[in-house]
Design a protein around this ligand. Structure first.
Ligand code: C2E
Ligand code: MG
Ligand code: MG
Length: 748
């Protein structure tokens, strides 16, 4: 039982071993396979050129051919040796056999044996009896020895005619030697027979054969190398070179010369297909690039194209030391065209402009649409600024010529900003910016203006940025203040109100006039919080004066066009009034004539809401803004303020009073009060009184002054406070108490 168990256990262990062995083999085979495949991967994972593959293949073929021929030479060596040895012995034994024909017996042949034994390639020769006993030999060592002749072969040879089939056998006792040959000799005179024995020197024969074999090998190698080279050359010319040309063509993405195969073959077909697909791809790419750089509406290049071209022209200008002019043309009030006659008409206007610009441009100029109603023109090689301005003027005139659009006759104004490389900037980005700056200056100058960028424009832009930054912090840090300028009733001399005028004392630059910073605030949107602050401060101050028991007057606050367009202006004002507990009748807003003439419907709505709130509206700088009388009737205004420019000449004794008179009469006809601003002299004051003007404002009656000073002024006004007295109009304001001239209050 135990034994059986032991046996089983052994068998199991054997089978386990066997399996273990098989598993080991498997593992090593797998390892080998993995190794091979990793080698293959390493080889195939790298790019191996066709040329190298062909060279490797041809080398392999050449090596195989050389090896095969070497094998053949070696294989043939033995039989060659045998044949050579046989041929050597046959030659000698033929000569001896021939000599024997004329002899009587073996004794006569001895000298012949001796003679032939010395022939090259022989070791010796002997004549023996048919029984094999050596009768005479060239080698003394052979004397008395026997040849071991094969009886059968000997009989067969004796039956054959003379000189045929020599027998080969060994010399007894002289050892086995491959160069031994025997043959029957017939002495025809006696009819006797003997055996001729010849021993060929096989070493010599072999060494000669080896030399021959080496020569043969050398020629073979040369032939194989030549054949392989010729094959390689052929394969190179017919396959490798065309494939390499194709590769270069494909890799260069068609920038190299396309491959043109000589004879029509598969490579030619592939080349043609490749060339066609690359051409198609290039054409597609070119089309896409063109589309990406083109403005769809006008067919001109777009902003990207413009900048690219500009960079190229700048580089060319740099190389050739040439000037490059850059122009940005913008259509005036293009928005109105879209709004009034529609977007389709707007598109036509843009296309017409593009056509005109293209038509006017000189050879080499680039015209592009930069976006909206803005066009850019690059003028390489302009001679000087005048040259560029001349072209700009020509473009503006051409664009501005009247044209028909359907039934309408239209005229489209435009402005141009101009800049020059290299004096205004040396890269595309800077030049576009400077041209833009010049354009905004041109816009300010008005329709048809062409402005050449000057460094001052840039400085002005920097100045604007500084002002904006400082104003923002001044507003945040409460560094602004309000001055108040009195408005006086012309008949009674009583103060009827005050205009709140903002003042900013800059920490480093001193007082900055509102005419400088208000436009900056308007551009940056900062005017909105600024107006809020002015409203708040003016209402607060007015409330304080009222609480102090001073005469109740209205305070006028200037608002900008941006404020007027904001939907929340009414709410802001209502909240401010509520916050300070001020009745709306004591607040007046001054809006300029030009402000109300833009977006008339919106503005009328806002003004009506304000009016219904109880807030007064005054039209400032009246006479400068081409009011339409029809609109004027609809404006809910309380006052018209005659602009200072008319007041200046009102007492010049010529016809300076004509316009003020017209305004006064018009205002009265509309039931609106008139105030004249900028009254500086008694003559102006008197003339205005004679013309029927209701109120005056100006240095003559009082300069803008700080709140505390204004308070004194108000107290001195007739019925202006508890102890008020009438203002004596016979003296200028500076001579009166409470109206000390304040230089900071003068207009810019
Ligand atoms: P404006 O509303 O027409 O204000 C009258 C300007 O004329 C004031 O200039 C005032 O100082 C000046 N002025 C008054 N009387 C005379 C005079 O007899 N002779 C001369 N030569 N000038 C006189 P100011 O304060 O420099 O303000 C200029 C402009 O700035 C104002 O013109 C107004 O449009 C604007 N502005 C002033 N304060 C504010 C404000 O708080 N908000 C807004 N949005 N604009 C303001
Ligand atoms: Mg004003
Ligand atoms: Mg004014």
């Amino acid at each position: 039982m135990d034994q059986r168990e032991g046996g089983l256990a052994q068998a199991e262990s054997v089978s386990v071993n066997v399996q273990g062995g098989a598993a080991g083999d498997d593992a090593s085979a797998r390892g080998l396979r993995a190794h091979l495949s990793s080698m293959y991967g390493a080889l195939t994972g790298h790019f191996v050129s066709v040329r190298i593959k062909v060279v490797a293949l041809m080398t392999l073929v050449g090596a195989a051919l050389v090896l095969m021929s070497a094998g053949f030479v070696i294989y043939n060596f033995n039989s060659n040796l045998e044949q050579a040895a046989y041929a050597r012995s046959a030659g000698v034994s033929d000569a001896v056999a021939h000599a024997a024909l004329d002899m009587a017996g073996p004794a006569d042949i001895e000298p012949v044996i001796d003679a032939v034994a010395g022939a090259p390639g022989l070791k010796g020769a002997a004549v023996a009896s048919l029984g094999g006993r050596i009768l005479h030999s060239s080698d003394d060592n052979w004397a008395g020895k026997r040849l071991q002749l094969d009886a059968g072969l000997l009989d067969e040879a004796r039956r054959l005619p003379a000189a045929e089939v020599p027998t080969q056998d060994q010399l007894e006792g002289a050892g086995h030697y491959p160069g031994d040959f025997a043959r029957i000799l017939r002495f025809s005179q006696s009819g006797e027979e003997a055996v001729l024995f010849v021993r060929v020197d096989t070493d010599k024969v072999a060494s000669k054969l080896v030399v021959d074999a080496w020569n043969l090998m050398a020629w073979l190698v040369i032939a194989v190398v030549l054949a392989v080279l010729t094959m390689s050359l052929l394969i190179h010319r017919t396959i490798v070179a065309p494939i390499e040309a194709l590769r270069d063509y494909a890799a260069s993405g068609s920038r190299s010369v396309p491959y043109r195969g000589g004879l029509e073959d598969e490579i030619g077909v592939v080349a043609r297909a490749l060339s066609e697909s690359i051409d198609a791809r290039n054409a597609g790419e070119a089309r896409l690039a063109k589309l990406a750089a083109t403005d769809g509406l006008t067919g001109l290049g777009n902003r990207t194209y413009f900048k690219d071209r500009l960079a190229q022209e700048i580089a060319a200008g740099e190389r050739g030391g040439r000037m490059v002019g850059v122009m940005i043309l913008n259509l005036d009030n293009f928005k109105d065209v879209n709004d009034t006659i529609g977007h389709d008409a707007g598109d036509i206007v843009l296309q017409r402009t593009a056509d005109i610009l293209k038509g006017c441009a000189r050879d080499g100029d680039t015209v592009a649409r930069l976006g909206g109603d803005e066009f850019g023109i690059i003028m390489p090689g302009v001679k000087n600024a005048d040259d560029a301005l001349h072209l700009a003027g020509r473009l503006v005139r051409a664009v501005g010529a009247p044209f028909r659009l359907g039934a309408q006759e239209l005229q489209q104004g435009a402005c141009v900003g101009l800049t020059l490389f290299p004096q205004d900037g040396r890269d595309a980005e800077v030049l576009v910016k400077t041209a833009d700056l010049a354009l905004s200056r041109a816009k300010q100058e008005g329709a048809g203006a062409c402005v050449l960028y000057r460094h001052e424009l840039h400085l002005r832009a920097i100045e604007r940025n500084t002002i904006e930054r400082d104003l923002r912090s001044a507003l945040a840090q409460n560094q602004l203040m309000l001055f108040y300028q009195p408005k006086v009733d012309i008949a009674t001399g009583r103060v009827t109100g005050a205009e709140a005028l903002i003042r900013w004392r800059h920490e480093e630059r001193g007082f900055i006039p509102p005419a400088t910073f208000i436009p900056v605030a308007e551009r940056s949107g900062l005017v909105v919080p600024l107006t809020k602050w002015v409203l708040d401060e003016a209402c607060r101050q007015n409330r304080v004066w009222q609480d102090d028991g001073l005469m109740k007057i209205g305070v006028a606050v200037n608002v900008s066009a941006i404020d007027l367009r904001r939907a929340d202006l009414t709410d802001t004002i209502a909240n401010t009034l509520i916050r300070h507990g001020l009745s709306p009748q004591f607040l007046e807003l001054e809006v300029t004539e030009s402000m109300v003439m833009e977006d008339v419907d919106v503005v009328i709505g806002t003004l009506r809401r304000l009016r219904s709130l109880g807030v007064g509206i005054g039209i400032d700088d009246f006479g400068t803004g081409y009011s339409s009388l029809a609109y004027l009737k609809r404006f809910p205004v309380k006052r018209l303020k005659i602009d200072r420019s008319f007041v200046q000449d009102v007492a010049d004794g010529r016809d300076g009073d004509v316009i003020p008179k017209v305004i006064i009469d018009l205002a009265h006809a509309l039931g609106v009060k008139v105030i004249a601003e900028g009254v500086e002299t008694a003559e102006q004051f008197e003339t205005l009184r004679a013309l029927g003007c209701d109120e005056v404002q100006g240095y003559f009656v009082g300069r803008p002054m700080p709140a505390a000073e204004f308070e004194v002024f108000l107290r001195n006004s007739p019925a202006g406070g508890l102890h008020g007295t009438a203002i004596d109009m016979s003296k200028p304001a500076g001579a009166r108490r409470g109206s000390k001239p304040d230089m900071t209050g003068s207009a810019a």
